[in-house]
Write a protein that binds this ligand. Sequence first.
Ligand SMILES: Nc1ncnc2c1ncn2[C@@H]1O[C@H](COP(=O)(O)OP(=O)(O)OP(=O)(O)O)[C@@H](O)[C@H]1O
Length: 279
Amino acid sequence: MNATPLIELDDVRVAFTGGGLRRTKTEVLHGVSLDIRPGETHGLVGESGSGKTTIGRAILGLVPLESGSIRFRGERIDGLRGTRRRALATQVQVVFQDPYTSLNPSLTIGDTLAEPLRAQGMGLADARRRIRELLDAVALPSGAADRLPREFSGGQRQRVAIARALAIRPALIVCDEAVSALDLTTQRTVLELLLSIQKETGVSYLFISHDLSVVRHMSHRVSVIYRGDIVESGDAAVVTSAPSHPYSRKLLLSAPVVDPAAQAERRRQFESEFAGARR
Ligand SMILES: Nc1ncnc2c1ncn2[C@@H]1O[C@H](COP(=O)(O)OP(=O)(O)OP(=O)(O)O)[C@@H](O)[C@H]1O
């Protein structure tokens, strides 16, 4: 794995202005530094409201920074506008949590996938060919192209969202709770798909989740965020099983365990299924 970072956040601060009369600014990222290497999955874990999505949005250029910098392959990208931002958008894509709202309900799957390709200036015949390739890559039949999102299950829609993110061969996909809305079995197949795509294409993921066991199995490295600060960062197995920061330990201990035996079994299954895919 190449050690030069694909994405590098250095001391990133983000603040939002409140909607009240006084319109005070509240800082939600307090100097976040992290990097993502080519071909790597960097997991980002933390409780609700800790700032995970804001980090993803900052990388995508959707929120301005108060200070700090974001670099893509060594070049500053924070503050990029216009054509340079659009050019970067081909390199950094996103898959959101909710497969029911992230696809345009009135566009067929084919049109959904054609949009980013056509925006790149790809001709009709090439776009059709690429759509077939993409559907194949996410294990959907080519006939899916003529159908509307409502004809698909949540897991299938998430496959479409992944295909759309992959369409223009990005270097990084921000997966923001990308499997959280899916049932366990569907989660597993989508995670497996993400891993096999990474193996094949070398794409990097910023994998945002509140589910430690999923993050552990998907990630090479993990960062733990607490109230806008990265409190721990390191090898996935170490951070998620023997964390050194008290908050990470608390997060590990407070991970929902509805049925400890079932959780252990689920973990064991994840371990064996994904161990092969990670090699
Ligand atoms: N556009 C916005 N305007 C004002 N405040 C915001 C905005 N976006 C996020 N925030 C605030 O920033 C903080 C971090 O939010 P963020 O969505 O990044 O957290 P998160 O860790 O992704 O949470 P969750 O797991 O619930 O999605 C929260 O306090 C949130 O209310």
